[in-house]
Structures are given as C-alpha cells and as structure tokens.
Design a protein around this ligand. Structure first.
Ligand code: HEC
Length: 127
C-alpha cells in the first residue's frame, strides 16, 4: 500500500515537471511568435519612408512641387542624405537648422525617426 502511494506521488512529481516544461516551451514559442510581426514588417522606402518624407519635407525638397531646396523626393536622394536627414530632424524644434524648416510642416514623431533608423540599419529596402 505504502509502495503504491509512493509510485503515485512519483507520477505526480513527474507530471508536474512535464507540465512545467511544456508550459515554458509554449510560452517561448508564443514569445517568438509575438516578435514575428516586427521581424517580418520590413521598413521600405515605398511603403513607409516616401509618405512621411512627402508629408513633412514637401514642397521645399520636392522639385516637382516647385521645391528649390536639395531634393529629397526619391529613393536615392533620401538614402544618400540619411545622415543629414536624421541629424536635422532630431535637433530641437527651435534650432535654426531643425527640419522641417521653421516647422512649416508636421515634423517626424519619435516612432518615425526610429523607423528611418531601422530602414538604414536594414540596408535601405526600396520596396
Ligand atoms: C518650408 C520648407 C522646408 C521644409 C518643409 C523642409 N525643409 Fe529642409 N531645408 C529647407 C531650407 C530653406 C534649407 C536650407 C537651409 C539650411 O540648410 O538650414 C533646408 C536644408 C535641408 C537639409 C540640408 C541639405 C544639404 O544637403 O545640406 C536637409 C538634410 C534637410 N533640409 C532635410 C529636411 C527634411 C528631412 C525635411 C522633412 C522632415 C525638411 N528638410 C523639410 C527648407 C525646408
């Protein structure tokens, strides 16, 4: 009788361990899954960067809109000027070199600045 009781408690302990391991691995699987949207959502020039550039940096940097400043209206111009762009948009809004110039248009949010950095980090995906 005592022997059977001992076996049962062994099974319970073993069962708990299995349960624990399974729960943890599921949790890890879930965590990995939750991360996926971030990894698979690549920042692209076409979908993400061009729209915010146009919203904030046109017309001045868009020659087709009669902008007279250095063009920032194409993949290549934005890519080539990424460092200057990031410098300018991160200056305090009252700094004379801050962009958008004199806050004439809505500036970039912290999320948008991070998006530009991620775009550069991931190798400037065009589309
Ligand atoms: C209202 C017009 C206007 C808007 C909008 C504007 N800029 Fe400018 N930008 C200027 C002017 C004027 C200059 C030249 C004066 C200076 O360098 O500060 C300039 C210069 C720059 C330069 C330096 C160019 C170079 O090659 O030396 C960068 C980079 C720049 N802007 C980025 C931006 C970005 C990014 C945006 C959008 C977030 C933006 N600008 C929005 C007017 C504008």
């Amino acid at each position: 009788m005592n022997h059977i009781f001992h076996s049962i408690s062994k099974i319970i302990v073993l069962g708990s361990v299995v349960f624990f391991v399974v729960t943890c691995s599921q949790h890890t699987a879930f965590a990995a899954k939750a991360k996926e949207p971030y990894d698979s959502t690549k920042v692209t020039y076409k979908a993400d960067i061009a729209p915010i550039m146009e919203r904030s940096c046109a017309p001045c940097h868009f020659p087709k809109k009669d902008g007279k400043k250095k063009p920032l209206d194409t993949y290549t111009t934005v890519k080539d000027k990424i460092e200057k762009i990031l410098d300018r948009v991160q200056l305090p809004p009252d700094h004379r070199k801050h962009m958008p110039y004199k806050n004439a248009t809505p500036g970039f949010s912290a999320e948008e600045i991070q998006m530009l950095k991620n775009w550069a980090r991931d190798g400037f995906i065009e589309s």
